[in-house]
Design a protein around this ligand. Structure first.
Ligand SMILES: [Zn+2]
Length: 509
């Protein structure tokens, strides 16, 4: 008799004894689990094994380690497709800001293989890059090697010595085969789509852009653009959007339009309407924004050529030198543009109402546009740069937490909507062409455990462009998991963990 009832006793013990309960590598307990794809929003326990979310349940779970997330939100890790701050210090600040995947899809890199070789095994978060049309032009028209580093300032400077043909040269049929071959090499090396930051080289001609974009279709990929004509008077950013939407339509390729307010300025609402109308008519296009009223660029960007005041609706005194905090005027700026063309600047070009129009518009995704940090002497910031030092637009340190703070303070932005913009919206846009996004941007069983755990009541940015505050990390994000590994642990970045993987298309010969 005793033997006969033994199995029941064991079942009872399994149900009653935590030590025998379902066990996981890691458990996140009592957090408010929010999934923007399904709308799931409940306090639950999350079990993680081998980097994958294996269980989401109201039942208690046991794990080799348990993180108490009481009072915290468990969200999909933030995906940033607009990250130029592709260095170890930049990645550290991104992690503190809740980012689990930081890609530069705007300017991209070239050669693409050099970029991926550089980061192999040493990234604390997931990383990736598009094939950069501007870099391919530089390599081919100026014979300067961009070294696979996104926004490598030294390279731009090197090309300027030689008239920067990548920036100034119009369409020449003789150049096209080499440019197409270079771009195709990048796609075959696993580059994520084609980046057209043509706002930085408006001399390039439409036929070249159209022909290069055809490669995206041939390789089942997509295109992105920082459009040309940064202006609110004709030819305007609106016209720049029309150009790229036509390119996407002709080739039937998905299109990501970067930082809508910073390109459209006073025409932002009209540009957002244009994107919505294009999407309604079948073009797979999506817009992006960042939550600041000032942009960042370098002095010789061609939208700052003489006459910029009318186009941008600013004067020289709306320009600030990042490295020194000096506020310029028309005359000082013109001298800087010609004598120190690579100087990084902030420019107060975006009106609050335009930034908010994009932040509140459904279907617009988030991208920080964070730019690499530089030290007082102009050198790149090393990995162990103390927080607070280093200069740059604060969006590289605080953009994501700033947006969560905005969502808390602005009744027109719901928290789930904010999370959609920060994670799932972009994953959903990219997962047709990049399979690794089919399991990211979601908190569901079977998905990759890229997770950002934050306090919705206190999360905030702390970085501003004032001296000593450029690189202050965000707070209120105590845990960030990359592929199941808590690389931000109790608000500290673990210097000894490198769980990031390459986000990359299949490499072909
Ligand atoms: Zn841009």
């Amino acid at each position: 008799m005793a033997l006969k009832y033994q199995p029941l006793v064991i079942v009872a013990l399994l149900l009653a004894t935590p030590a025998w309960a379902e066990s996981h590598d890691l458990v996140i307990e009592n957090g408010r689990v929010m999934d923007p794809e399904t709308g799931f929003d409940q306090v639950a326990n999350v079990g993680i094994d081998d980097g994958v979310i294996t269980r989401i349940t109201s039942k208690s779970l046991s794990g080799e380690r348990t993180i108490d997330a009481t009072g915290l939100v468990v969200a999909p890790g933030f995906i940033d497709a607009h990250s130029h701050a592709q260095d170890a210090f930049g990645f550290r600040l991104y992690l503190r800001d809740g980012v689990t995947t930081a890609m530069d899809l705007e300017t991209g890199a070239y050669p693409v293989s050099a970029y991926y070789d550089y980061w192999d095994g040493r990234a604390q978060l997931n990383y990736g890059v598009s094939v950069g049309h501007m870099w391919a032009r530089m390599a081919i028209l100026d014979d300067v090697d961009p070294k696979g580093r996104p926004f490598y300032g030294g390279v731009i400077n090197e090309s300027l010595k030689d008239d920067a043909h990548w920036q100034t040269k119009n369409y020449d049929r003789a150049d096209t085969p080499a440019i197409l071959a270079g771009m195709e090499r990048g796609l075959k090396a696993g580059g994520l789509g084609i980046g057209f930051p043509i706002g930085y080289y408006t001399a390039t001609s439409s036929p070249e852009v159209m022909q290069v974009a055809a490669l995206a279709k041939r390789h089942d990929s997509f295109i992105t653009s920082h459009v040309r004509y940064l202006s609110q008077v004709p030819p305007s950013g609106y016209l720049g959007f029309q150009e790229m939407i036509t390119v996407a339509q002709v080739h039937d390729v998905p299109l990501l339009l970067h930082h809508v307010p910073s390109n459209c300025l006073g025409l932002t609402t009209e540009c957002l309407d244009l994107i919505d109308d294009a999407r309604a008519s079948g073009v797979n296009v999506i817009g992006e924004f960042y939550p600041y009223t000032f942009a960042s660029t370098y002095a010789n960007a061609d939208y700052l050529f003489p006459g910029y005041q009318k186009k941008l609706g600013i004067t020289g005194s709306d320009l600030v030198v990042i490295q020194t905090g000096e506020v310029l005027d028309d005359e000082k700026f013109e001298r800087m543009r010609t004598e120190a063309p690579e100087t990084f600047l902030l420019m107060y070009t975006i009106k609050e109402k335009d930034m908010l129009a994009a932040a509140r518009r459904p279907g617009v995704v988030f991208g920080s546009d964070g730019v690499a940090w530089i030290m007082e002497d102009g050198s790149d910031a090393p990995a162990d740069t103390p927080y607070g030092s280093g200069r740059g637009h604060p969006r590289g340190a605080g953009a994501h937490a700033r947006f969560l703070r905005m969502a808390r303070e602005d009744d027109a932005i719901g928290l789930m909507d904010a999370l959609w913009k920060l994670s799932y919206g972009l994953a959903d846009f990219l997962d047709d062409t990049i399979p690794q996004f089919k399991t990211r941007g979601r908190v569901q069983e079977g998905m990759t455990a890229d997770l950002t755990i934050f306090d919705p009541e206190t999360v905030t940015d702390n970085a501003s462009w004032e001296e000593g505050k450029n690189t202050l990390p965000s707070t209120g994000i105590p845990y960030v998991l990359v592929n199941g590994v808590p690389v931000v642990d109790d608000s500290r970045v673990r210097d000894d963990l490198f769980p990031g993987v390459a986000i990359r298309r299949a490499v072909s010969d």
